[in-house]
Design a protein around this ligand. Sequence first.
Ligand code: APR
Length: 255
Amino acid sequence: MATLGQAREALRNAKTIVCFSGAGISAESGIPTYRDGMTGLWAGQSAQQMETAKAFRQNPQLIWGWYLWRRQHVARAQPNAAHRSLSQLIRRERPIPIITQNIDDLHERAGSVDVVHLHGCLSSSKCFACHRPARVTPVPIQEEGALVEPPRCVHCNGRLRPGHVWYGEELPAGTWKSAVSLVKNCDVLLSIGTSGVVTPAASLPGIALSAGATVIHVNTADVSLDAANELMLIGKATEILTQLCSPLVIAGRAQ
Ligand code: APR
């Protein structure tokens, strides 16, 4: 395990820093990670099973109800100290790009401006049949596991589905290319709260390492890849990022 001092040094010496975040950064805002157990009607299902076209075809009301519940849950959640620490670095220096796998908007609500959403956003919806984007006014969901009939597409009368990327689907055009280009050209990749099991996103730390960057992992579990240029910081994102980012802000050298 690396020390905070080693990680600070790597960040101080870096000309280009890129952040890469996963569900763990929003866990302390009360948003469950993908590997957390599901509750209510969803108990026994995994997020991976629910986020598929097959699951939607089989039970659109269950998937739409889950989607609306998640939108409502995220709308009520607040950015935490980890999101804020990253956004403060951005405010005081040139923006540090954040590549996120998260479909919530907590980085943006913390003030970050340069955020690449690899898997899209929870706020978007589209037609399951014709794929055209659609606007929905979310109805309040009182209980977890509520079954809700999806609204219909104004163009083709198909059912609306969540607009973000599901399992087995391609990432948005251009997004993956931008992410790869960012990590190939950074000196340090700060990777926070991701299990590193879902590809292609999971390959970004490896791409950064191959391009000669240092990868700093911040996670409650050891997710390092056993490479020489890695620094593994084990702990909660809020605690570690608060300590890791503030000296850089003071030194004014994070860019
Ligand atoms: N601070 C830091 N890390 C944390 C914290 C915390 N407070 N809480 C949990 N973690 C870590 C866990 O140890 C785990 O490694 O966050 C990680 C969360 O892993 P996942 O749930 O797998 O989330 P993520 O890696 O973002 O998932 C990737 O999988 O289902 C798909 O599309 C979905 O974007 C998602 C992708």
